[in-house]
Design a protein around this ligand. Structure first.
Ligand code: SF4
Ligand code: SF4
Length: 717
């Protein structure tokens, strides 16, 4: 038995280690096919982030019970590695233990505890997977829909098998050694219960057998994953570490907020000097090798857990976009095409199998039946960031999607036809609605006080506290204009001095950038940047979550550093400072009203502003606050972001209706929000629901500022 166990175990181990090394080498060459990405700045911070995310499982714990179970399984994998070393030793001597620590009770207790907690956890995870198996008509909404099930089960049952072997070996060691229970506190009963009647020879043979099985299970797994480089559910044990270390934000933040500029050869592109670029320089991503190496590492690392898919507003309203499937498709394509890209000569390329050549010919984006990424899926993204927020291994989906859109717009001129109107409005009139810029001050006409305009009433913004950035919606969209007026009134009441740019303001460029038109984004942003420099802007308050995000996070890419605050943050500060005091008179229209709040994605997930608007709503006297089930980091998009506001929603059900239904179901009388885009989408959703009788006529969508103004004004009267 012993000889057989040694020969079989060592043979399988040698094959496994050789294959494993070869596959790692191949994976590194595939990832190196990507474009430069930097990502080595601030190594200290990166290391601290990696330690925090690993030891604290901070990203996994967004789903708390699963995060806890995963922690025990992950740390079992690391902590129980030495039991594998012991198993090898036991093949040669069944009494063998690790030198120094092998019989140290702390090591024994920790090993046994990790084994039991790992066992309970992996059983829990298997049961969760079984319970959420995609089945029937609702199968699409399982987060495992589209994941490669056999791979996940194989990994889980491997872990289960290894843990059972460790327990059996501990039981056998107890019986064979005759040591006290003190050294086998959680396994002695296995030894006496299962192996109590065996002779010494029988116990030794059993140890050879179980040690061999443990080694075979472990190295069969290694062989299997070596033969499947795209088996992310297994490989993430190794690739998650570098993927987290190289994430976009060294300090631990997610890849949300700013979009990165188009990079060519590792440097941001400047459209003013576009003639200096190489002819074949890609503007965006048109082939899988145009992604950066970090993108390719992202695809490699996807565990297929489906957390991103489960939160995606597009997927949940029956569109073809699943961020998980995007990652999986890109990974399969990258690895299938890699032999072609890695071939060193034309001759070698020609001799490649048909399948590789076919993969090389596949368009990256196009109709679903021919391309790697379905174009309908690409354009369905609202850039809400739920996928990035949820991903436990820090994959940067939005960057990948936006880079593919950029190529489609800038190189292929292939985009939804409705965007023509958007681009025309932005290029000709500096706003998406194609309105005359001279109308940018119309909102201020009926206010009972004067709104200062830079150039006309003040020389520069040095003379006031804030530039009030009105935004295109705030200036031209009727519902959003009410928010602009409310904020201006509140600032006036609180004695905060501010000025606006009037027709000197141009769209920040957010819709252009999110629809892939980086050229127009840069034009608009440069135009604003010039005005900012001339007018000496420092502090900016914005009522639009998209403008807020772009000014705060993206203008620094053009050398403009601004101190930007969202109106809900500023108003909250003014209330705390006693400059605005909501009081409830007996006749307040908000008395007894229920208010719910919708988190704008570009305020919440992209910028982590969750508390300020809620605190404002909480202090409105006489009103009751009701939270929606999907809130804060798990909030559901309104459907307007990613320039979707200007595209028709032809597929599936409507995102805004989905969200409005949730808001209405709280029983709220007022649906509050802090973004004009959300306001439009939710108002449209509410109108549709009121028309079909599924929402009360009295329900209204309002900005947080309007609700605050209602209580502040009444208190003054
Ligand atoms: S950003 Fe939002 S809409 Fe786009 S893929 Fe991610 S979750 Fe889906
Ligand atoms: S991208 Fe991230 S969240 Fe989505 S399936 Fe892959 S690992 Fe899970």
């Amino acid at each position: 038995m012993q000889i057989l166990a040694i020969v079989v175990s060592l043979a399988v181990t040698l094959v496994a280690v050789a294959l494993f090394g070869k596959t790692i080498g191949h994976m590194v060459s595939v990832i190196k096919l990507g474009q430069p990405a930097g990502r080595t700045d601030e190594p200290g911070k990166r290391t601290v982030t990696l330690a925090k995310e690993t030891l604290g499982h901070t990203r996994m714990l967004q789903w708390s019970h699963i995060g806890v179970m995963h922690w025990f399984v992950a740390f079992g994998f690391i902590g129980l590695f030495l039991t594998l070393v012991t198993a090898f030793g036991q093949l040669f001597d069944p009494h063998w233990a690790l030198p120094i620590i092998g019989h140290w009770f702390v090591f024994e207790w920790v090993s046994e505890a990790l084994t039991w907690t790992g066992l309970v956890s992996i059983v829990g995870l298997i049961l969760i997977r079984l319970r959420h198996l995609p089945k029937g008509a609702e199968g699409r909404y399982s987060r495992f829909y589209g994941s490669t099930s056999w791979q996940a089960y194989y990994v889980e049952y491997t872990i289960l098998g290894v843990l059972v072997c460790i327990l059996l070996l501990r039981g056998l060691e107890y019986e064979l050694s005759g040591a006290s229970k003190f050294h086998f506190p959680m396994t002695y009963f296995i030894g006496s219960g299962l192996f109590g009647g065996l002779s010494e020879q029988g116990l030794e043979n059993a140890i050879y057998l179980v040690a061999m099985i443990k080694i075979l299970i472990s190295f069969a797994w290694m062989i299997t994953i070596s033969l499947n480089a795209t088996m992310g559910v297994a490989w993430h044990r190794f690739t998650a570490w570098p993927n987290i270390w190289f994430k976009r934000k060294p300090d631990g933040g997610t890849a949300l907020g700013a979009l990165q500029p188009i990079m060519v050869n590792g440097a941001p592109i400047d459209f003013e000097n576009i003639d200096e670029l190489d002819e074949d320089a890609a503007l965006g991503v048109g082939k899988v090798e145009d992604f950066t190496w970090k993108g390719l590492l992202d695809f490699t690392t996807c565990t297929e857990c489906g957390r991103c898919q489960s939160q995606c507003p597009a997927w949940n309203t029956d569109k073809p976009l699943s961020p998980k499937l995007v990652m999986m498709n890109l990974r399969e394509h990258a690895y299938a095409k890699a032999p072609y890209l890695l071939a060193s000569s034309d001759e070698e390329r020609k001799s490649l199998p048909e399948l590789v050549l076919a993969e090389q010919d596949k368009p990256l984006v196009g109709p679903a039946d021919v391309a790697v990424i379905d174009e309908e899926a690409l354009w369905a993204c609202t850039s809400c960031g739920a996928c990035v927020q949820q991903c436990p291994v820090d994959i940067e989906h939005v960057d990948a999607i936006m880079d593919m859109r950029r190529y489609q717009v800038l190189i292929e001129s292939s985009f939804p036809s409705e965007l023509n109107g958007l681009f025309k409005g932005l290029e000709n009139k500096g706003n998406p609605w194609n309105m005359n810029p001279s109308g940018r001050m119309d909102w201020a006409k009926d206010l009972p006080f004067e709104v200062k305009q830079v150039g006309a009433d003040v020389e520069s913004l040095d003379e006031v506290d804030y530039l009030f950035w009105v935004g295109c919606a705030g200036a031209f969209e009727d519902r959003a204009k009410k928010t602009t007026q409310a904020v201006a009134e509140l600032l006036n009441i609180a004695g905060v001095s501010f000025a606006v740019l009037g027709d000197g303001e141009t769209c920040t460029g957010d819709p252009a950038r999110r629809s892939g038109n980086e050229f127009v984004f840069q034009q608009l942003a440069m135009q604003n940047a010039e005005v900012f420099k001339e007018t000496k802007v420092r502090k900016v308050v914005s009522t639009c979550a998209h403008c807020f995000n772009t000014l705060k996070n993206e203008y620094s890419q053009l050398g403009v550093e601004l101190d930007v605050i969202h109106h809900t943050q500023l108003l909250n500060r003014l209330v705390r400072d006693g400059k605005l005091t909501p009081v409830a008179p007996a006749d307040s229209s908000l008395n007894g009203q229920k208010i719910t709040y919708h988190d704008p994605c570009y305020l919440g997930r992209h910028n982590q502003v969750y508390d300020a608007p809620r605190e404002l709503l909480d202090i409105i006297p006489g009103a009751e606050y009701a939270e929606m089930p999907r809130n804060r980091t798990k909030s559901f998009c309104c459907g307007a972001g990613g320039a979707r506001m200007w595209m028709e929603e032809k597929l599936g059900t409507r995102i805004n209706l989905n969200r409005t239904t949730e808001a209405v179901e709280t029983g709220a009388d007022k649906i509050a929000t802090g973004c004009p885009f959300c306001r439009v989408m939710l108002s449209d959703g509410l109108t549709a629901k009121q028309a079909d009788g599924s929402a009360r006529e009295a329900v209204e969508v309002q900005d947080v500022a309007q609700l605050l103004l209602a209580s502040v004004k009444r208190s003054e009267s």
